[in-house]
Design a protein. Structure first.
Lengths: 115, 112
């Protein structure tokens, strides 16, 4: 089946540093990937839609310069949290729509803790 | 716009109890409906789906029927197990939308 591999699963970083999260589609090509943020005991908030070879589309209220998204190939999308602060601590999940099916596959998530 | 409303949790049940998690939606046109499950510390996994009215999605003992007349997609399981403890999300996609719209999630805890 369609698998999205997300790394790292957990990361702890210091305030002011940047963190990169990767999502790779392992057995299919993902022209579009979605990045979500999940707060404790809350639903998923769509942050941005990542399109291969073009600029990402950000949801209202999401800072483009803070959450940099790159989708340079059909199998890799990255989210970089720049100048991270404790309030950026969260669970980040990527997702890709599987071509030809009414379904989406999700990465296993990244727990980011900024100290 | 599209929206999904789920019953608020948390829900705590004893093993072998009957489970219902309510989900209703508003959407343009005829959406496809999904239930996703999230185990602790993990991403989401598709549990079941239904793409048209009166369809029943089923998987691992869970079932949900697409009810157009009540705009609902309630999740049910006849006998829950401890391993079913997770967060369950109802979701939809409609029309030309490219991303899922999620409900708020329902935390289920099953006690032995």
């Amino acid at each position: 089946g369609a698998v999205v591999s997300q790394h790292p699963s957990r990361v702890i970083c210091k305030s002011g540093t940047s963190v990169k999260i990767e999502c790779r589609s392992l057995d299919f090509q993902a022209t579009t990937m979605f990045w979500y943020r999940q707060f404790p005991k809350k639903s998923l908030m769509l942050m941005a839609t990542s399109n291969e070879g073009s600029k990402a589309t950000y949801e209202q209220g999401v800072e483009k310069d803070k959450f940099l998204i790159n989708h340079a190939s059909l199998t890799l999308s990255t989210l970089t949290v720049t100048s991270a602060h404790p309030e950026d601590s969260s669970f980040y999940i990527c997702s890709a729509r599987v071509t030809g099916e009414y379904g989406y596959t999700f990465g296993s998530g990244t727990r980011l803790t900024v100290v | 716009g599209d929206s999904v409303t789920q019953m608020e949790g948390p829900v705590t049940l004893s093993e072998e109890a009957f489970l219902t998690i309510n989900c209703t939606y508003t959407a343009t046109g005829y959406p496809s409906l999904f239930w996703y499950v999230q185990y602790p510390g993990e991403g989401l996994q598709l549990l079941l789906k239904a793409t048209k009215a009166d369809d029943k999605g089923s998987n691992k003992g869970f079932e949900a029927t697409y009810r157009k007349e009540t705009t609902s997609f309630h999740l049910e399981k006849g006998s829950v197990q401890v391993s079913d403890s997770a967060v369950y999300f109802c979701a939809l996609i409609s029309g030309s939308a490219r991303q899922l719209t999620f409900g708020s999630g329902t935390q289920l805890t099953v006690l032995p």
